[in-house]
Design a protein around this ligand. Structure first.
Ligand SMILES: [Zn+2]
Ligand SMILES: [Zn+2]
Length: 212
């Protein structure tokens, strides 16, 4: 589905996070998807400040407004239609019908953000959740088990068991435990997807040359 995989729109929804922080996150995404995403744009989505947003609706709005490969980052609660209250707030999600992923920083913010360490932790968490959701955009699926990346940390696609930890415990155990490099299985998949897309882009270019 991804036609132009090499460019990512990073869209801020709400004004909780600075553009320079978003640029750090964008740089991190580029480093982890090296050779797949080579540029990103940062924009601000003008929307009324609200406490919670329907995740599905937000992905549709962002798709309509920005199109293409898009990552929305908000400080609002992202809600799903799930009846179970425990599951109806999500940290991140991806709409399978378009190429838009969304991340909520609501549960990723440390208790206080006064020191550099706390700020860096906030950026690292937001980056790790973003890598996971952008990974879904490329077709990667969750690892229910704990799978290690080459850096010795959990692969960004590790999901773990949510109901074992609760939100705060989950963020500390799984998200803080994730690294920034994908495991062999994910890398293999990414290489295949990337190569396939590059090959089809080349075929179209060849056809264009032939018919010209
Ligand atoms: Zn996932
Ligand atoms: Zn993996």
């Amino acid at each position: 589905m991804l036609e132009n995989i090499s460019k990512l729109n990073i869209v801020r929804v709400g004004s909780h996070i600075s553009f320079s922080s978003l640029k750090r996150i964008g740089d991190g995404i580029l480093a982890s998807f090296l050779g797949m995403i080579d540029q990103f744009d940062v924009s601000h989505h003008n929307a009324p400040v609200i406490n919670s947003i329907d995740a599905q609706l937000l992905t549709m709005v962002l798709h309509q407004e920005y199109g293409g490969h898009t990552l929305g980052i908000t400080d609002a609660d992202l809600k799903t239609q799930d009846d179970d209250e425990f599951y109806n707030t999500i940290i991140g999600g991806k709409n399978p019908n378009n190429d838009v992923a969304v991340v909520s920083t609501k549960n990723l913010t440390p208790d206080t953000m006064t020191t550099d360490n706390e700020y860096n932790q906030f950026i690292a968490r937001t980056l790790k959740v973003s890598l996971h959701e952008v990974g879904h955009n490329f077709g990667l699926t969750d690892h229910a088990s704990y799978r290690m990346g080459p850096d010795g940390f959990l692969c960004p696609m590790s999901r773990g068991e949510f109901n074992k930890f609760g939100y705060r415990g989950y963020v500390r155990a799984i998200i803080d435990g994730r690294g920034l490099t994908f495991c062999d299985e994910c890398n293999h998949f990414l290489n295949r997807v990337c190569r396939k897309l590059t090959a089809s882009a080349k075929l179209i270019a060849d056809r264009l040359v032939l018919s010209a």
